[in-house]
Design a protein around this ligand. Structure first.
Ligand code: GLN
Length: 304
């Protein structure tokens, strides 16, 4: 039997001693204030045991990790119709890349880059009665935590500097792939990205992807087939132009966010969340990736 607590502590020791911690996402001014020396991990086993180290109970801005949750809600609502409006191919480009979107006539490469997530937000706006509230309640429900909230300051900070996302939304609109108005879709998108969660809440939320669609309380949220597809998208697209590197180093489906969080999972085995706010040039948590590489190497637990 592996001593998970000892493994997490070894990783904590080694990673917190690394001098280069990457750079925080200063393009969202509110995120520039987060101290770079934060570091936490939470590990949730499918059998129920839970382990953590460091700042795992402190809230982080989940940012693009929310794209998996919005995709999940949209998949529940419209099923395979989703794929009429976006593809499922890795983009090999940064999360906010625009020229491919134009080349491909307003069809985003996948739902985990910004343009794809903006189309998903548009779908949710069309199908939910009270979009922001209903989506937040969905996140609370799969995480079993009714204290989870938006951080309105972060959402507003991103709105004020979100020129690239406005460009993506306008491009989508010009190609007829955005049905609601740009301002409303982006208001939803910036709010979903601003959700604050800690590592434990993240491993709770992602439990469904490790457990064939059933949450920690054993309720079915997705079919096994939908979970297979979302995990495949996380593996191939969850880290943008570093998806290959993450598969190579870590070997798990997962998703990162520019708040420095990463959640990854091994089906039928565990979910793990790391938080280290400093990012590498691809916008993925610099130390989080190192920690997860160490975890799957030490435990020999990966999908490969
Ligand atoms: N990679 C990310 O986490 C990006 C999310 C961020 N809200 C953005 O749209 O730029």
């Amino acid at each position: 039997m592996l001593d998970y607590q000892a493994i997490l502590e070894e990783i904590y020791e080694s990673v917190t001693n690394v001098e280069n911690k990457g750079e925080v996402a200063a393009y969202i001014p509110e995120l520039a204030n987060v101290p770079k020396d934060k570091f936490g991990i939470n590990l949730q086993l499918i059998t129920g045991e839970n382990y953590s180290v460091g700042d795992s109970a402190e809230k982080l801005s989940i940012q693009s990790i929310s794209k998996v949750l919005s995709l999940t809600k949209a998949f529940q609502l419209v099923g395979n119709k989703l794929w009429d409006r976006m593809d499922v191919e890795p983009s090999g480009n940064p999360f906010n890349h625009l020229s491919l979107l134009e080349l491909e006539n307003g069809i985003p490469r996948n739902p985990l880059i910004n343009s794809g997530a903006i189309v998903v937000a548009d779908i949710l706006l069309t199908h939910l009665k009270n979009p922001k509230e209903d989506f937040l309640n969905f996140v609370r429900e799969i995480s079993h935590d009714h204290t989870i909230c938006f951080n309105n300051k972060v959402a507003e900070s991103e709105r004020l500097t979100g020129y690239n996302n406005y460009a993506a939304a306008n491009l989508l609109k010009s190609y007829g792939n955005l049905y609601n108005n740009v301002e409303d879709v982006l208001d939803f998108y910036f709010h979903q990205c601003s959700i604050a969660m800690d590592c434990k809440q993240l491993t709770n939320a992602f439990f469904v992807y490790a457990n064939k669609g059933k949450c920690l309380k054993n309720r079915q949220h997705l079919t096994a087939s939908q979970v297979k597809r979302i995990n495949a998208i996380m593996l191939t697209c969850g880290f943008y132009d570093e998806a290959g590197e993450f598969a190579f180093e870590v070997g798990l489906p997962g998703k990162s966010g520019v708040g420095g969080g990463i959640v990854a999972l091994l089906p039928q085995c565990f979910t793990i969340a790391t938080w280290a706010p400093g990012l590498n040039p691809q916008g993925n948590s610099y130390l989080g990736m190192q920690a997860l590489e160490q975890f799957t190497t030490k435990t020999q637990l990966s999908i490969f």
